[in-house]
Design a binder for this molecule. Structure first.
Ligand code: PEP
Ligand code: MN
Length: 344
């Protein structure tokens, strides 16, 4: 249910609506807007009569929301959400580029790549500490040591960092070290983890499950917002189809659909979609042309020796060229790739 307040509604009138909902065992989520405040109400709505809320002072109207997702929808919040990751804003006019290795392998490797991607124009550093690997015998990530490396590299370069929280056991550590917590494709429907990440106090990069529909992705995000964390960025990273020319299929049409239905920013990960480096530039351009708010791209200084995803990693020089091409395209579609004022 969405309670739309009158433009002149007072703070105490908003509070009275919140109290009424909470007294009925429901959750109230005030959403201040440019024009007026709305209050999203979630929970078992059967217990409260809309007319009881409609009658409260300051209330303009009470709307029933037909979609299963509520807090993530534009119906609830018409204005775009801007997600702040250590000072980098995702969801505005600026296109944000997240880049780095698939896995943190050592301090030297991570720092070397971070310096190169920053010089090329990246805004946020990625690097896996806890890796979701298909085989239990593959490299599983350096764990806590990798989190410490990421924090040191942030210190050196000034780049905020994003890394995956593979399970609840490591979530607190990831939230302590990282500027943004990634929920991987395989965990998109891990509802216990989603609830907990909604309480962790950090912005979240939520990757689309490889078999998930847009509705399922939005409902996964809803779990996080329902816990009071509105700082969520959605990530299209490719879905399983019958193709054998790429690892996954980047579902470009999800991008404009998210924009239409939801106020949350959406970024694309062409690296995990392609699975091979020769497709990364084209998919990046396609995602930007379709309106993505940013990109996440894997880069490695020695891809043939990478401990994970070497085939899809760009060399630093290739990444540099890619950002150059994207700058030209960004201006055509009314976006901008900001350059860092400082350098490290
Ligand atoms: C990753 O970004 O490192 C990753 C494992 O991606 P995904 O969860 O999309 O497979
Ligand atoms: Mn990877």
């Amino acid at each position: 249910m969405l309670v739309v307040m009158k433009m002149e509604a007072t703070v105490s009138e908003v509070e009275a609506v919140v109290r009424k909902a909470e007294d009925n065992g429901l959750k109230a989520h005030p959403i201040p807007g440019a024009q007026r405040t709305a209050i999203g109400i979630t929970g078992n709505l059967g217990v409260v009569e809309p007319t009881a809320i409609e009658a409260l002072p300051g209330v303009l109207e009470v709307l029933q929301v037909s979609h299963p997702y509520k807090l993530v929808s534009r119906e609830f919040k018409p204005d775009d959400t801007i997600v702040d990751v250590g000072g980098v804003q995702i969801g505005g006019r600026d296109l944000v580029i997240i880049a780095g290795p698939c896995s943190v392998e050592s301090y030297e490797q991570t720092l070397g790549i971070a310096r190169r991607v920053k010089a090329a124009g990246a805004h946020i550093l990625r690097g896996g500490a806890f890796k979701p690997r298909t085989s239990p015998y593959s490299f599983q990530g350096l764990g806590l040591e990798a989190l410490e490396i990421l924090a040191r590299v942030r210190e050196e370069t000034g780049l905020p960092v994003v890394t995956e929280a593979l399970d609840i056991d490591v979530l607190d550590a990831v939230a302590e070290y990282a500027d943004m917590v990634q929920i991987g494709a395989r965990n998109m429907q891990n509802y216990t983890l989603l609830r907990r990440v909604g309480q962790c106090g950090r912005p979240v990069l939520l990757k689309r499950g490889m078999y998930a529909t847009l509705t399922e992705l939005l409902l996964a995000a809803e779990y996080i917002l329902d816990q009071g964390n509105g700082q969520v960025v959605l990530c299209e990273r490719g879905i399983r189809t019958f193709t054998d020319h790429s690892r996954n299929t980047l579902d470009i049409s999800l991008i404009p659909e998210v924009e239409r239905i939801s106020h949350l920013p959406v970024v694309a990960d062409p690296s995990h979609a392609a699975g091979k480096r020769n497709q990364v530039l084209s998919l990046s351009q396609a995602a930007v042309a379709a309106g993505a708010d940013g990109l996440m791209i894997e880069v490695h200084n020695a891809p043939e020796q990478a401990l994970s995803d070497g085939l899809q990693a760009l060399l630093p020089d290739e990444f540099d060229a890619l950002v150059g091409r994207l700058r030209d395209l960004a201006s055509v579609v009314g976006r901008n790739i900001p350059t860092f004022a400082s350098s490290a």
